[in-house]
Structure formats: C-alpha cells, structure tokens
Design a protein. Structure first.
Length: 183
C-alpha cells in the first residue's frame, strides 16, 4: 500500500497546529519537557548499543517499563496532568519522532548518529575483535546467527554484519554474488 503524501502533510500541519496552540495557551513547558525527555532517551538508548532494543531480554523489558514510569512524571507532573496536557505531550513526542525520522532520512550524518549504520563484525572468516568489543558482543552471538542460517563454522562466513536494527546478517561463502545489470 502506498502512503499518500497529502495525508502525511496534513498530519504534519495538524501536529504543528496542535503544538503551536498548546504553546500559545501557555503549555510551552510541557512541549519543552517532552522534547527534552525524548532527546535524553534517544541519546541514552543510542549509547547503550544497537542491540538494546532489537534483542530485549526479560530484564530489559522490566527496565524499559520502569524507565517509562519514571519519565512520565518528568514530562507531565501530576499537578499539571489533564487530558489536554497529556494529548499535547503525546503530540509533541510524536512530532519530534517524525521530525527526527525526516532529518535522519534527509541528512545522512544525522541519520548515522541517531540510527547508526551497518557494522562489519567478521570479514572472510576472521572475526574483527576490536569491532566486536566496541559493540560489546562475543563471537558466540555471531556464531548463533550463523547457525540460524545453517552455517556451523566461522570459516564459512564471508561477512557478518551488525545491522542498524541490531540484527546480525550473515553472508556465507559459496553463494553467487549479486551482479549489476546494465541496460
């Protein structure tokens, strides 16, 4: 299904109008709190590594729920909580998320800083130990991803790549490489 650009623009306009109305009515502090908390959480999650969100353990899930409960009061204190303020806060969060996504798409350095990029972990059957250490990964995790694709040994791996979403992609030896077809 194709996403209609008119609906997207209408969404942006409505969101901007809602945030603008909230700020005009004196709720600018709520918007600033929401944007500040979003930025803080984005930085914290980015610093914790790519695998943090992609491979949640039960401990990670509990931690995420506790963090969400703690940040709730930081964004909208109980004495200010009302339906309109909560809607404004959610609108500001969704707005900053859409703006971040758009900036990531349009400005490559911002996209790389926020979402990261592909990260080579194994090349030609040899583990790149400095890169594994940088991502706080063990060779066992790469081998587990290799076993999921039917490979049993490290030497069968041409490339192992940590993707931006935290998944490990395995490119084995023995499969034909893609060719560029020119017309």
């Amino acid at each position: 299904m194709r996403y209609d650009w008119r609906a997207q623009r209408l969404g942006w306009v409505l969101m901007a109008a809602g945030i603008g109305l909230g700020v005009a009515l004196g709720a600018g502090e709520i918007v600033l709190r929401a944007v500040g908390m979003y930025t803080f959480m984005l930085v914290i999650l980015r610093l914790s590594g790519k695998r943090c969100v992609a491979q949640l353990t039960p401990f990670d899930l509990v931690l995420l729920l506790i963090i969400s409960e703690v940040t709730q009061d930081a964004m909208v204190p109980q004495e200010l909580a009302s339906f309109g303020i909560v809607v404004l806060s959610i609108t500001a969060l969704v707005g900053i998320d859409l703006a971040t996504g758009w900036l990531s798409w349009r400005v490559r350095p911002i996209g790389t800083a926020i979402g990261g990029g592909a990260f080579l972990l194994v090349a030609h059957g040899e583990p790149l130990r400095d890169r594994l250490a940088k991502e706080h990964m063990g060779l066992e995790e790469v081998l587990a991803a290799a076993r999921a694709t039917g490979l049993t040994q490290l030497r069968q791996i041409r490339y192992a790549v940590l993707e931006a979403d935290g998944q490990i992609s395995i490119v084995p030896y023995g499969r034909p490489r893609a060719r560029l077809v020119r017309r």
